[in-house]
Each structure stands twice: as C-alpha cells, then as structure tokens.
Design a protein around this ligand. Structure first.
Ligand SMILES: CC(C)(COP(=O)(O)OP(=O)(O)OC[C@H]1O[C@@H](n2cnc3c(N)ncnc32)[C@H](O)[C@@H]1OP(=O)(O)O)[C@@H](O)C(=O)NCCC(=O)NCCS
Length: 354
C-alpha cells in the first residue's frame, strides 16, 4: 500500500467498497511493537474525523488523522483455496462489471443493465446478480422494456459453474420458455497477477498508456467491427484503464506470406487492455496481428500488463474467453490462468456482434 494519506475524493469514491485501512496505533503494540495495523471491511461512512468500517467482528472507527493508506480489496472469499478461485461467482461477476464498459448503465434491484448501441455482447447485456427486487417474470418484463426502448434485443449474461445448464437456473428456464437463444459459452479465467507476470517469455518493448490512441484503435478494429464513438466510450469506461501495445519494427519480422493489417510502421502489431476495479485487474481486447502470431507477443503483453497491475497493488486478475477459442485458451493456460466459472448469453430474438 502507498504511504501517502488518501485524499477526500478518493475516500468518497471507495464508500460501499471492501477496503483495507492502514492506520497508526495510538501506542505501539505491547507484544509485537508494531506501530501500524490494518482493518479490513466495508467502508460504510466517512466524515471529517472518522472512517466507519464494518468488519466480520463488528464496526470499527478509524481516525482520519491516523490513517496512513486506504485501498480497495477484492470481495471476501466464500470458499477455501487460492484467492483467485475462492471468490464467489456472483462477487466475481460484480467485480468484472467494473472492468468492461458500457455507454449506458441501468439497475433493476441488484441487476445491472448495460446498453452500448449493439457493440459487444458484454456492453449490451444484463448481469443478473443478486435480486431484481420483484418477481422473476416481472423483472424479465422490465429488462425487455428497457432494451426495447433502446431498440436492442434483451440479453442476459447468465453465470454458473463451468458446464452449467441455463435451464437448471430459474432465470435461464424463464428466458428459454420465452424463446431466448443461448449463444456460445464464455469462460471466466483467473490467476494471481504475480504468477502471470512471472511467466513472461520476454519480448519487444510494451507501451502502456491511459489514453486511447488512434493507432491502438486501428489495431483493435482489426480484431472486431467497431462503432465510432461507441467503441471509445466502452473501452474507456473503467475507473482505471491502460492500453498496452507492441509497436512494429525493432527486429520483428512478419510471418512469410502474411502482411500486417495496419498502417506500415505505426499500427501496433499486438494490443491488450487492462482495467482495475473492486481490487481485481481485468484483461481484455488481447489481439496479435495474424502476420506476427506465434512469436510470444500476446504472452509477453499479457505478462507485462499483469506486472503493471501487480506493481500498482492489484493481486488478482480475471479475463473472459469464448470456450471455443482454442488459441486464446492455450495462451491463457500457458500463462497460468485457471477456469473459475462460465457464463452464457441468452438473447431474445436476433443476436449481436460477439
Ligand atoms: C490468441 C492470440 C492473441 C495469441 O497471440 P500470439 O501473439 O500468437 O500468442 P503467442 O505467440 O504468445 O502464442 C501463440 C502460439 O505460438 C507459440 N509460440 C510462442 N512463441 C513462440 C516461438 N518463439 N516459437 C515458436 N512458437 C512460439 C505458442 O506456444 C503458442 O502455441 P499454441 O497455440 O500451440 O499454444 C491471437 O491468436 C489472436 O489475436 N487471436 C484473435 C483474437 C483473440 O482471440 N483474442 C483473445 C480474446 S480472449
């Protein structure tokens, strides 16, 4: 954790989040001699003098004058095991919500609705975690109305353990009875950032920027159809975001018979996006120009982004990959990722860009 005292606006932004508050003790601990201690829990209030934190053993007030550092941490694990696998499916879904953007967001009880003019399923689907605060059928009606008002088909990202059947879930059964279609499965993979960083095969320099440059977008646009204005909003919509890129040149040669797709000499040959939210890093938009594949560029970029997250104090990383994307799954498994859970998109009527 950083040693500088957090500013007021940063504290306000963390209200409602699970945090660790490092603060000075009024007297050194008589046994260990320690002068600092940590409190972990939900930050429920902050006034001019105190932070109020709800912990597992009760409510604790931390004097702001004694506060040394405040950092968001991942939701409490619900099962034993490695931290990147011990988080519940619902908590991980909530954490992932912060990593991928949307042009417009809505809520129905706890459910989170996203619309982005049809650009990406993630940006145009509802994450039905928690309670919608009304009977299930009525909730689905409301979601359908919300999307209809935006000229989009209603779509739900229904999560479960790997291999789950949507019709085993009450919401999934309701949607299927309404004629929703299930699109390909997406796997959610997780790992510790340090473990991914340690598997860096090395490679050309990686640039990391918080700005979304036109050349980065040009490279990204070769991986999927983009919608000018919308794509930028979706990619930039996260509390913290970094765009990683590997530039052409520097001794990199193209694969025989293939030509790079972007502007010669300027468009990145590999890109990836990193976001941070709820104490997790999120990796996405990983792409290597076909003319430069099979040289470890994606592995190097993934490792560099994980290292960046780790250096910033974020220990865990998630990503989403379509279950039938063999090359990407091989890459991520090689980089140490494991399957945490899965989700399927259930869409009313027509389907959208994947
Ligand atoms: C998935 C993807 C990003 C991988 O990019 P890449 O830069 O080719 O990845 P790497 O070079 O690290 O690994 C690819 C293969 O090359 C091999 N390789 C890496 N370095 C090598 C080297 N120096 N010599 C020989 N082989 C090498 C890897 O072992 C791997 O082989 P495998 O698929 O049999 O496991 C790329 O295929 C892509 O852009 N796909 C389309 C977009 C996509 O699906 N993105 C993922 C979204 S979740």
């Amino acid at each position: 954790m950083q040693g500088s005292r957090p500013a007021d606006d940063r504290i306000t932004a963390l209200l409602g989040s699970r945090v660790v508050a490092r603060h000075r003790l009024s007297a050194p601990d008589p046994v260990t001699g320690a002068t600092l201690t940590d409190v972990v829990g939900e930050l429920v209030a902050a006034d001019a003098q105190y932070l109020t934190i709800t912990t597992r053993s009760g409510t604790v007030r931390v004097s702001r004058a004694h506060l040394v550092a405040l950092k968001q941490v991942p939701p409490r694990p619900v099962r034993r095991g490695a931290a990147h696998l011990a988080i519940s499916i619902e908590d991980l879904q909530r954490a992932m919500l912060l990593g991928w953007g949307a042009v417009e967001r809505g809520t129905l009880g706890d459910w989170q609705l996203r619309a982005s003019g049809g650009f990406t399923q993630r940006g145009n689907s509802t994450v039905p975690v928690g309670s919608p605060g009304r009977p299930l059928r009525e909730a689905v009606d409301r979601v359908e109305e919300w999307y209809a008002a935006r000229l989009l088909p209603a779509c739900f990202a229904l999560a479960g353990p790997e291999g789950f059947r949507p019709d085993d879930d009450p919401l999934g059964a309701e949607l299927l009875s309404r004629g929703y279609t299930t699109a390909g499965r997406t796997l959610v993979l997780t790992q510790r950032t340090a473990a991914v960083a340690a598997l860096d095969p090395g490679g050309p320099p990686v640039t990391l920027t918080s700005d979304l440059g036109p050349q980065w977008l040009l490279a990204y646009g070769q991986s999927r159809p983009t919608v000018s204005g919308t794509t930028e909003k979706v990619l930039l919509d996260a509390a913290q975001v970094r765009f990683g890129a590997i530039a052409p040149g520097g001794g990199l040669s193209q694969r025989p018979g293939l030509r790079a797709g972007g502007a010669p000499g300027t468009t990145p040959v590999a890109v990836a996006r990193l976001s941070v939210g709820a104490g997790w890093a999120g990796l996405g938009a990983v792409w290597t120009d076909p003319a430069y594949r099979g040289r470890g560029l994606a592995a190097h970029l993934t490792a560099r982004l994980a290292a960046h997250a780790q250096e910033g104090g974020t220990d865990l990383v998630h990503l989403q990959v379509e279950a039938d994307n063999g090359p990407a799954l091989r890459l991520y498994r090689r980089m140490g990722f494991a399957v945490h859970s899965a989700y399927a998109y259930l869409t009313a009527g027509q389907s959208m860009t994947p």
